[in-house]
Design a binder for this molecule. Sequence first.
Ligand SMILES: O=P(O)(O)OC[C@H]1O[C@](O)(COP(=O)(O)O)[C@@H](O)[C@@H]1O
Ligand SMILES: [Mn+2]
Length: 653
Amino acid sequence: MDDLKYLKLLSKEFNTIEKTISEIVKLKAISVLPKGTEYFLSDLHGEYTSFIRILRSASGNTRQKISQEFKYEMTEDQMNELSNLIYEPSNFLTLMTKSGDFTDSWVRKTIFNLIKLLKVVTSKYSRRKVRNKIPEAYRDLIDEMLHIDYVEINKQDYFDTLIDTIIEINASKEIITTLCHLIQNVSVDCLHIVGDIFDRGPRPDIIMDVLMDHHDIDIQWGNHDIIWMGAALGNRALVANVVRIALGYNNFDSLEDGYGINLRPLYSFAMDVYKDDPCDRFMPRIVDENKYYSVNKYATAKMHKAISIIQFKLACQILKRNPQYNMDHRITLENIDFDKNVYIPEDGKEYPLLDTNFPTIDRDNPIELTDREHEVIESLNTSFRHSEKMQTHLKFLFDKGSVYKVTNSNLLFHGCIPMNEDGSFKTLVYDGVEYSGKSLMDFFDEKARETAYLPRSLNSKERQKVLDLFWYMWCGPISPLFGKHKMSTFENFFIGRDLPISKEVSDPYFKLSKKEEFVDKIFEEFNLNPKTSHVINGHIPVKLKDGQQPISANGKMYVIDGGISKAYQPKTGIAGYTLMFNSHYLALAEHSNYEVMESVHGAYTPKLHITERFPERLLVKDTDEGKEIEKRIKELTDLFEAYKQGIIKERTK
Ligand SMILES: O=P(O)(O)OC[C@H]1O[C@](O)(COP(=O)(O)O)[C@@H](O)[C@@H]1O
Ligand SMILES: [Mn+2]
């Protein structure tokens, strides 16, 4: 018999034979239920409206279920109306009340339909699992309604009485809202976010709040997440970087309203120092023309330039104090000849600078901040540090996030596993130790976590050294979160976009991972079965309109960055992907039209491509959760044996 001590501990919870047996039976029953539906999304980039719509509609799945269930008894409009209600119950109910349509008969019909749909979407879950998802106040009532067989006449009366009571006690709005949330909730059993929640789009903070509310979620950190984490932990170069990106996209809302970051000191500084500089190269991109901005774009450009210069200086300082990054050639400000106003990189050629006004740069020491720049970055850093919301989000990113995740035979990570041209894994040498493949991913994961546990008060060299690594994860050539030979932010501003010198060369991984043999090699590295496994990546927008495909390597490799980010939609030609993994198949939902997604509530259904059908329906016992359940059943069976043999005594009190 296994570990008696452990069994004794277990017997505290299951103190009788009866309880033990009933738990074994419950677990056995759960393990033969169909597996829940997993959703994979990546590169949300602050686009909260689309994200929320995708989530609430279960990527269009709810609308499909409504069609299947009600197609013979409802018109298209009625089915759309029901979807609208489910996606946004409070808005919908307000509209209904205003228009006078919120009548008792509508309530009756609606609760009946919602229960009917809820039965469908919960059919593959255990009663216990569903019960636990129902808010306590309505748990018994909804559970009861779900399990009434309303075909029987007397039961139908009973059902009607329940609804009458709901109406009488004025609880109909709450019950309807609860039912809608429940349908949303059970439809997405598990959510995987394969990186890049932040930057470019308007409200990553709202996305984070929604994610924090989800019952089963994991996150694989993207390069755009790691910079917010590094910034929240006190990496000044990254504080500057996230503010720079926000200003570059004219996004004040998430910084100011979302996180309460005080941009005043930066504003005053920029207006003073760059007052006569038009800062043309720093004009913000305005993706959504209809937006109202509180700061005019000329002032934003000045702030954008001011923070960019601060970022370049601080980034150069990081590279200087970390020669082992092998990134000395990226100490950009030291490659400038300020007499000739040219940039001279490694190739020795001279590139004329498009902007030559550097009022804060000391030519003898171009990477040093001026006193005022120092004040600006310190005040921003303090603001980041004291933002309660930001620190809460940081904690959540640590709790639920990691560099990679293996789940149900899928390997999830945002960027890449750096490779050489021949398909061998690239090696990073850090403090004399070599890391590659899986150990490289583990290295960054561990280092990131180390920072979180080193006390902040201890502003030591040790903490700074680990914190600097967040910069490497953002743009280092052997960073699995980035995967390009350099990040050309400097070149884009000062030499020109779309020039050969500004080209960022992707890691060979991106080409090789399209081939099955290299993906199999990755599976081997992670100890995964090549026959049943998949790699799921984000990061690189799939340019569908140029003929690129999200699936390669004989169906083993998925790249699901379809461009939820509005800024990238012209490149991809679509509005994003969701990968769905249910008990029957893997499928990609292709979201094609933002306008429809954001305005015509409910009518929206994405194009669904089933990409792999399983020969047999997958059950809970075929999943990681199933393996845990199996272990638990084994332990409980041992406990049962121990009771039978009298090794452990039942306790009734
Ligand atoms: O298009 P933008 O916002 O200027 O960003 C360009 C930068 O973003 C990056 O593509 C990184 O962002 P992604 O992770 O979304 O690809 C850099 O490689 C590039 O320099
Ligand atoms: Mn990315």
